[in-house]
Design a protein around this ligand. Structure first.
Ligand SMILES: Nc1ncnc2c1ncn2[C@@H]1O[C@H](COP(=O)(O)OP(=O)(O)OP(=O)(O)O)[C@@H](O)[C@H]1O
Length: 225
């Protein structure tokens, strides 16, 4: 079994953590990706997870939202073990995966209604406004197989503009396929969310603008064997 490295604790100032990783170790296909990873995130924190392809960024995000289990260690959410909150996770965190996840035969509006269904109910006006916010005005009724990769990504990201969202956002490669304007807009939206007391964890190869937000950095590549 290959050990790709140990982590140091990331010291993030804290009272009651929104999200806490406690000595997490992760394996995939009997291959050790990381060991002893610990950090805490508070309201207002933005954590960027970066590192080379295959270093375990998406795997870490999946641990943090309870989709997979660590080989050792655990994740706490709002001060309680995440595994004991399985039935209520949709109201506590929002995860957007690295694939756009849209259905080709559904329209932009239908896709967003479906993607947002875990967090909101009804409210067509909100769906329309969210699509407008990501620049898809006029594409509401277009089936997604007729949209570009960047436009499909924008549908997935439109979830971040729906009302009554959980405050903790876990985003896997959210900047993929976005143009410069879309990237800038998303950075500003994430910064605004944190300014309002939200918490964001994202994986990306993209260099975030330091001016947009004083984000924390976790470089998995530093720990690769
Ligand atoms: N579905 C899977 N089944 C088994 N192993 C997987 C699976 N997906 C990824 N892996 C392995 O887990 C390791 C980490 O993958 P992961 O997707 O977490 O990396 P990453 O840092 O997000 O990569 P990238 O920058 O390419 O998105 C890789 O070695 C990969 O081969």
């Amino acid at each position: 079994m290959q050990n790709l490295g140990d982590f140091q604790n990331i010291k993030l100032d804290a009272t009651r953590p929104v999200l806490e990783a406690i000595t997490l170790s992760c394996e995939r296909d009997q291959r050790r990706l990381f060991t002893g990873l610990s950090f805490q995130l508070q309201t207002g924190d933005m954590l960027r997870i970066r590192g080379p392809n295959g270093s375990g960024k998406s795997s870490l995000l999946r641990l943090l939202c309870g989709m997979t289990q660590p080989v050792s260690g655990h994740v706490d959410l709002f001060g309680q073990a995440l595994v004991r909150q399985r039935g209520t996770l949709a109201s506590k965190l929002l995860w957007i995966g690295h694939a756009a996840g849209v259905k080709a035969l559904l329209t932009a509006e239908e896709n967003l209604a479906w993607l947002g269904a875990l967090h909101m109910h009804g409210a067509n006006a909100s769906i329309e406004q969210a699509l407008f916010a990501v620049g898809l005005r006029g594409f509401e009724d277009t089936r997604c197989h007729a949209l570009s990769a960047g436009q499909q990504r924008r549908i997935a990201l439109a979830r971040l503009y729906l009302p009554d969202l959980p405050t903790l956002w876990l985003l896997d490669e959210p900047f993929t396929a976005l143009d410069k304007a879309g990237t800038k807009q998303l950075e500003a939206h994430l910064a605004r969310h944190c300014d309002r007391g939200g918490t964001v964890v994202l994986t990306t190869h993209h260099e975030l603008s330091q001016q947009a937000y004083a984000y924390k950095d976790l470089d998995l590549g530093q720990y690769a064997a």
